[in-house]
Design a protein around this ligand. Structure first.
Ligand code: GLU
Length: 324
């Protein structure tokens, strides 16, 4: 009896596997959802909207972007983890959801290394600390001097609790010896709106969403996280130049799905993104934001996520960082 049960179970599993593979071969035969785990207007949203249309063309099906903000990106990322692994529910991979939040939150609902199928890293983006024009400093030295003179007077906006902006700013605060209060938002979009409106004097953001405000004088850039100075902002130093190399980390934006995504689906989406990035106009839209196109393999992206998670775990341990 026992034997018969296991034989039936094995046959059922085989049939399931076979039908998953048949489904993967005809993929995609309906609309693909690409979820952004943050509010509109942030870098995750920008990169998703740049890639979704040409990716849809490459796949021969529409790719629609859906925003699901909350919990520093964890609400949306958890939805992607729990989706059926058929390739129709994909999500944007961010540092906040695959490294920073899982590193700081022992109760994070998923494991970033085992619960996703990484597909492709689209781009690496620099980060920036910027201030409202009313802030009494125009460069890094004066900025730090003003904060040291007035501990606790100022606050900073981030894209969410436990995210890249939160953790990187807390790391910077402890290395620079300053104190400013954290104000989390549901993404960089709303965080930028309030900073530009003067509600919050300082923001940590990823460059693509902050740059248009910097270029129009609505925000003043103070320091950037990038391998070298950006051609768009030649007068702004990197964290490395101001002696704080550990904060000099970029962000990444890629595509992932739930674990156990069939290889055919992974290859189709990965090749579709690569094809989309062959178009010079698409590349330019990404590169004009100061970002670097990555377009790596699923294995390379998986290794990158694992490494970034380890980096953030070390930061959390070394600095004794806790949620709130
Ligand atoms: N800046 C992103 C957004 O709000 C989220 C943070 C990240 O890149 O990890 O869209």
């Amino acid at each position: 009896m026992k034997r018969r049960t296991s034989w039936v179970a094995a046959a059922a599993l085989l049939a399931l596997g076979a039908s998953a593979s048949v489904l993967a071969q005809t993929y995609p035969n309906k609309v693909v959802r690409l979820q952004v785990p943050f509010a509109p207007g942030g870098t995750t949203d920008i990169v998703a909207r740049v890639i979704s249309e040409p990716l849809g063309k490459a796949l021969g099906q529409s790719v629609i972007v859906e925003n699901k903000a909350g919990g520093g990106g964890v609400v949306g990322a958890t939805e992607t983890v729990r989706a059926t692994p058929d390739g129709y529910s994909l999500g944007m991979a961010t540092v906040s959801t695959t490294a920073a939040n899982p590193a700081i939150n022992p109760k994070n609902p998923y494991n970033p290394v085992t619960d996703f199928t990484p597909i492709i890293n689209i781009a690496a983006t620099p980060n920036v600390i910027a201030v409202h024009p009313s802030f009494p400093a125009r460069n890094y030295k004066d900025f730090v001097a003003e904060l040291k003179k007035n501990p606790g007077k100022y606050s900073y906006a981030s894209s969410g609790t436990g995210g890249i902006g939160h953790l990187q700013t807390e790391l910077w605060k402890s290395l620079a010896g300053v104190f400013i209060t954290h104000i989390p938002y549901r993404g960089a979009g709303p965080a930028l709106n309030d900073t530009v409106a003067g509600q919050v004097p300082i923001i940590f953001d990823n460059m693509p969403s902050a740059l248009p405000f910097i270029q129009t004088g609505k925000l003043i850039p103070i320091v950037v996280a990038a391998p070298q100075r950006l051609t768009q902002l030649p007068n702004v130093p990197t964290f490395k130049e101001v002696g704080l190399e550990p904060v000099n980390r970029m962000a990444y934006y890629g595509i992932l799905g739930p674990k156990n995504l069939p290889k055919e689906v992974v290859d189709k989406v990965s090749n579709g993104v690569k094809k989309a990035l062959e178009d010079p106009a698409v590349r330019k839209r990404i590169e004009d934001t100061g970002s670097l196109i990555v377009a790596n393999t699923p294995d390379q992206f998986a290794a990158q996520i694992k490494a970034e998670f380890e980096v953030y775990k070390k930061v959390v341990d070394a600095q004794g960082l806790k949620l709130d």
